[in-house]
Design a protein around this ligand. Structure first.
Ligand code: MTE
Ligand code: MO
Length: 506
């Protein structure tokens, strides 16, 4: 019996083989994406996100942060592979099972494609074939990689070499096939190149005294700005067909084309710090961009909101939305941004355009915006619906970032920021302790590079011991309010508490 390729008795071997079949099916689905129009695994994950109740997605995000989405995709893949492994344990699959496996794979692919909302087409049929062939070949090809002496004998170099060779050949052909499909079908799976803007832009330099080991630059490089969104992959928007529609409770709804937006004569530049509401005290989900765009007030006024209009809802290509009160739009610093630095937006930061609401958490700043809707009633938006603070004004915050030693001389530094709604409550001072909070001193602040940009701070002191010390930092507003020491979790209104960091001995 053990000489029969279809009757391997060891459960782990069966499970592994089942998992391999599942994995190959997923690989086939991926290769088929350009033919079908979507990668079914991502569509399934996105379907789960959209259909899951608010409390569940919120719990997942509480637990996993905004990385919940990629984890979900990994979960879907793991689930499928686990299921095929289980099936193979229950019902051993031998090399004679090619036809049944192909039938199951083909039907499952069809179900998935239709479930993902794809219409029947030649491409879809091609996709079914492409997704079915890899698992079929794995089953049929099993004897090829059968180790001499049966599956149960291990550590055979020949066997491993063969497995390695076959895997490599399979991976190379799948990757090649995918590239070929992308090419033939003219799809660009990759992100757009950021193009230079047709205007000169001047990005603030910052004070070089604040550029030391571990310190962020005054303005974050666009490629280094953090990225957070609900998508598995960012929507790729075609600027040729994209329009920004301004509509709803207005006298004169209209649409702007991409060209009309980027050549808008009222375009302005603005350096703005953005911070994700899910960021932990001291976390990395913060960056300062130099944005180029048009004031939202210009765009909204041009449509003439009717009396009684109260809310401005921004809608995006990924189904995301955000709402801000119409009153707020009078602020001149709320932008529809189309540039970052001297170039167009990167795909992941919202190309072709995004909202910027300075002083509010990043969740208010809708990326891939395609519709501005004025409404007569309030609207509960994506994150508010899931229990997060609707106003999302950035809490007064300060983080420790850099440290530099020069003999006994030590310089520590970081950033401080807080939402300002009126411009009078700006960060006036940063206090720092290098003994864990026993004694405090005032740090040096970098000149304000923009109204809604973070302030970098630094503090120099002598440490003859060059030992370990604990830095604690707190910011103070111009009205005297001291950043609260009380620690709260990011949900629902953003984390609070003083950032502490232990700096090791030299
Ligand atoms: N369309 C869309 N816009 C979005 C999001 C999103 O998921 N979809 N995420 C928001 C959140 S939570 C944050 S913190 C910021 C992050 O912007 P960035 O990725 O450019 O840093 O985008 C916001 N805008
Ligand atoms: Mo966020």
């Amino acid at each position: 019996m053990s000489s029969e390729p279809s009757a391997d008795s060891a459960l782990p071997t069966r499970a592994l083989f089942g998992a391999l079949i599942g994995g190959m099916w997923i690989a086939g689905l991926y290769v088929a994406e350009p033919l079908v129009g979507s990668f079914a695994i991502v569509t399934v994950a996105e379907g789960i996100i959209v259909r899951s109740p608010g409390w569940l997605s919120t719990a997942a995000i509480d637990l996993l942060g905004f990385y919940a989405t990629p984890m979900l995709v990994a979960g879907v893949i793991g689930g499928i592979v686990g299921l095929t492994a289980l099936l193979a344990v229950v019902r051993p699959i031998g090399s004679d099972a090619g036809a049944p496996v192909a039938i199951v794979a083909a039907s499952a692919s069809l179900l998935l494609f239709f479930g993902a909302g794809e219409a029947f087409s030649i491409g879809l049929l091609g996709g079914v074939v492409v997704a079915t062939v890899p698992p079929y070949l794995v089953v049929r090809g099993r004897p090829l990689v059968r180790p001499p002496g049966g599956w149960e004998t291990k550590s055979r170099r020949q066997f491993l070499e063969r497995i390695g060779g076959v895997s490599l050949a399979v991976i190379v052909s799948l990757v090649g096939l995918r590239a070929l499909f992308d090419r033939l079908l003219g799809r660009q799976p990759s992100e757009r190149v950021r193009e230079p803007l047709e205007r000169s832009v001047s990005v603030p330099e910052g004070d070089s005294q604040f550029d030391f080991d571990g310190m962020p630059k005054a303005v974050t490089e666009p490629g280094e700005h953090y990225v957070v969104d609900i998508n598995v992959r960012p929507p790729i928007v075609d600027p040729e067909t994209w329009t920004l529609d301004v509509e709803g409770a207005v006298e004169a709804p209209y649409s702007l084309s991409y060209d009309e937006l980027v050549t808008h004569e009222e375009s302005i530049e603005q350096t703005t710090t953005m911070l994700c509401i899910s960021n932990q005290v001291g976390g990395e989900l913060i960056g300062t961009g130099h944005w180029v765009g048009v004031q939202l007030s210009d765009l909204v006024e041009a449509a003439g909101p009717v009396d009684g209009a109260v809310s401005v809802v921004t809608h995006a290509a990924d189904g995301y939305d955000e709402a801000i009160p119409l009153d707020l739009v009078e602020r001149e610093d709320i932008l529809i941004a189309y540039g970052m630095g001297d170039r167009t937006l990167a795909t992941e930061h919202g190309f072709p355009a995004r909202l910027l609401v300075p002083g509010r958490y990043g969740m208010k700043m809708t990326k891939w915006i395609d519709r501005i809707e004025i409404r007569n009633e309030r609207h509960e938006a994506y994150w508010a619906e899931r229990g997060w603070d609707d106003a999302a004004i950035v809490n007064t915050m300060s983080y420790v970032r850099g440290v530099e030693r020069d003999g006994d001389r030590v310089t520590v530094g970081g950033v401080a920021f807080g939402g300002l709604e009126t411009g009078i409550e700006e960060i006036a001072a940063v206090e720092v302790s290098v003994d864990g909070g026993e004694t405090w001193a005032e740090a040096e602040l970098e000149d304000q590079i923009a109204a809604h940009a973070w302030r970098r701070w630094r503090y120099e002191f002598d440490d003859p011991a060059t030992g370990e010390f604990e830095v604690v930092v707190r910011a103070i507003r111009s009205d005297g309010t001291v950043q609260t020491e009380a620690e709260t979790s990011p949900r629902p209104s953003g984390a609070t508490g003083w950032h502490r960091r232990i700096i090791g001995p030299d």
